[in-house]
Unconditional design. Structure first.
Length: 353
């Protein structure tokens, strides 16, 4: 970011210098050499008339209403981003407040049901899964539902090659059929789920996409949470299968109320490793003692453009934090770092332009 400002300043200085020099040169007009001619006292002055150039400013082309509206919308959007970023900077990036509206963080592995219409009746055949991304040794459970649903055929295929890997057939009960595919370490990463349901004698197809992969690391549990300055620290124990840069995420709750989204990023080597998740005091309700940590995401970041990120799994569904002493935390406001300040200044510049 500093290089950007330095380069921009140098370019601006050079352009200004060239513009200023050009303006001065434009006013310099070579004077013709005057021949030495003797004139009588009454003879008219026949020397060339000296022409002085005058800069006439060009009329600026007025902006169209569409251009003005576009600029105003762009400025408003930038101002909105500045407000959101300023709000986020009140909290450290590793411990951001969480609300029930933050579905992308509350449900990081959500599968959105896929439906296919049944004729013109308005009814549909719907395919649902508990998640989008599966990590071995998880089973793949598929729910197929529709009013009047009978026989169901489900194929699991390689998305890239279209090779059918497994097929299950079942019968619906009360308009719903549950199909389960056992775990398989040899499944490709990208899987296609092809469903054909018999609805009142009519065959209705539905296609969905999911992912299946071997684990890169496994979360095995947590150590007891403790206070460290202004943070509540929760050490997470991991068994790393594939070394690399990891991002571990989790959500902190008080009862059913979401409190904070926690993130830790560290480079880990193969074997038993510990990663600290931290909750800043500013995201905790005053006096809170009992909390719960869940919605774990263990992600190995992509080391190169040719290799995609991969994910791990967890042996636990949640971690309970009981009798934590809120008063043991130092209630110090978060101080933004230099990079965050530069980013804010850049956004403010866009909003003011």
């Amino acid at each position: 970011m500093k290089k950007f400002y330095v380069v921009a300043l140098i370019i601006s200085t050079i352009l200004f210098s060239l513009w200023f020099t050009g303006k001065n040169d434009a006013h310099k007009v070579a004077e013709p050499i005057k021949p030495q001619i003797k004139h009588s006292a009454n003879a008219p002055d026949l020397s060339p008339v000296k022409v002085i150039p005058i800069d006439v400013p060009k009329a600026k082309k007025p902006q169209s209403k569409k251009q003005i509206a576009f600029n105003e919308d762009l400025t408003k959007a930038a101002q909105q981003v500045v407000m959101q970023y300023e709000s986020a900077l009140k909290f450290p990036p590793y411990s951001q407040p969480l609300s029930p509206l933050d579905e992308d963080r509350l449900k990081p592995n959500q599968f959105y049901p896929v439906s296919s219409p049944i004729g013109e009746s308005g009814d549909a055949l719907t395919v649902s899964l508990k998640q989008y991304r599966f990590v071995y040794p998880e089973e793949i459970t598929i729910k197929v539902s529709a009013q009047g649903l009978g026989k169901v055929v489900v194929e699991l295929a390689n998305t890239d090659t279209k090779e059918v890997l497994n097929t299950h057939t079942g019968n619906a009960r009360d308009g719903e059929a549950i199909i389960t595919f056992k775990e398989d370490e040899d499944y490709p990463r990208s899987l296609q789920v092809y469903v054909q349901g018999d609805v009142d004698g009519k065959k209705v197809p539905v296609v969905a996409q999911i992912q299946y992969m071997p684990p890169s690391a496994t979360l095995t549990g947590f150590e007891i949470a403790y206070a460290q300055n202004e943070n509540m620290v929760m050490p997470a124990n991991l068994t790393v299968i594939k070394s690399g840069l990891y991002r571990v995420r989790a959500n902190l709750y008080s009862g059913d109320t979401p409190l904070a989204h926690l993130v830790s990023k560290e480079r880990l080597t193969q074997g038993s490793q510990t990663v600290d998740l931290k909750a800043h005091w500013s995201v905790l309700p005053k006096g809170v003692t009992d909390m719960r940590l869940s919605d774990f995401v263990i992600e190995r970041m992509s080391p190169s453009p040719g290799e995609r990120n991969s994910f791990g799994n967890s042996e636990i569904s949640h971690f309970d934090i009981n009798d934590f002493s809120y008063d043991s935390l130092q209630q110090l406001p978060y101080q933004t770092n230099a990079q965050e300040k530069l980013s804010l200044e850049f956004l403010q510049g866009l909003a003011e332009s």
